[in-house]
Ligand binder design. Structure first.
Ligand code: C5P
Length: 236
């Protein structure tokens, strides 16, 4: 059997979480008895396709990140890297620690990710060299001016996003040299003129941005951890 090239999960977690509020980084906030980040780490630890995990964190969070990594990431945590002032800069710094052929970048704050979606993303990365999870837009969309935008043409771009590691390094170098900043990594690949495979998902995978988003995460994770409570009552 052919041995597949290894994959590292790179989890940017160095955001200030201003929209979430609170004293500490939101990823340390409690969600059903464990920190938000613990759920993300567990999903990647449970996926056999992921060999290692690299966390990118803020100054002062390093000890806590190591502790959580040791507790929830099995033996996969390889490094905790100091992040930068933008998500892009945090990912770029994290890439310096990656030594595997492929990397899966995932927002640490998307804690409802499942090991199954991670495995699907890895499969697509190996085939296409660059991929992103996307979701069909179901809301009506408009510009602030009031002009409607046809949602048929639009996709919500999420993470994980998977890449051949050197390709993503090149994309970051080029973006940095030319002063281009994006809120995800797939956009940097497209800038190089390369295609990015769209893995359409219907598995809810919200990014915890506002404190109220925690309610959605509680509902999603409870239904997974205690499925019997959410099963329909058998009729007599
Ligand atoms: O700010 P945004 O919601 O796009 O952040 C997405 C992810 O990127 C979060 O997990 C956040 O912690 C991380 N991030 C980072 N470094 C920054 C800003 C955001 O690692 N400077």
């Amino acid at each position: 059997m052919r041995v597949q090239p290894a994959v590292t999960a790179l989890l940017p977690a160095a955001g200030r979480g201003e929209r979430f509020g609170g004293e500490q980084n939101k990823i340390f906030s409690d969600l059903l008895g464990q920190p938000i980040l613990a759920w993300t780490l567990e999903a990647f630890a449970q996926c056999d396709e992921i060999a290692r995990i690299v966390l990118v964190g803020s100054e002062g969070d390093s000890d806590r990140l190591w502790e959580l990594g040791e507790q929830y990431a099995k033996d996969k945590l390889q490094a905790v890297v100091l992040g930068g002032s933008s998500r892009q800069e945090s990912v770029r710094r994290g890439l310096d620690a990656i030594s595997t052929e492929y990397v899966l970048v995932h927002d640490a704050a998307r804690c409802c990710i499942t090991p199954e979606l991670v495995a699907e993303a890895v499969g697509a990365t190996r085939i296409h060299q660059a991929m992103t999870v996307v979701r069909v837009v179901t809301d009506t969309l408009m510009r602030r001016s009031g002009e409607l935008v046809d949602r048929k043409d639009l996709m919500a771009v999420e993470t994980p996003q998977g890449f051949q590691t050197d390709l993503l390094r090149r994309a970051h170098l080029s973006a940095r040299t030319e002063g281009f900043v994006a809120t995800d990594d797939a956009s940097l690949i497209r800038r190089l003129g390369r295609g990015v495979y769209l893995l359409e998902s219907t598995v809810p995978n919200p990014k915890i941005t506002y404190a109220d988003d925690l309610r959605i995460a509680v509902a999603l994770l409870s239904s997974r951890t205690h499925p019997q409570r959410f099963a329909p009552t058998p009729s007599e």
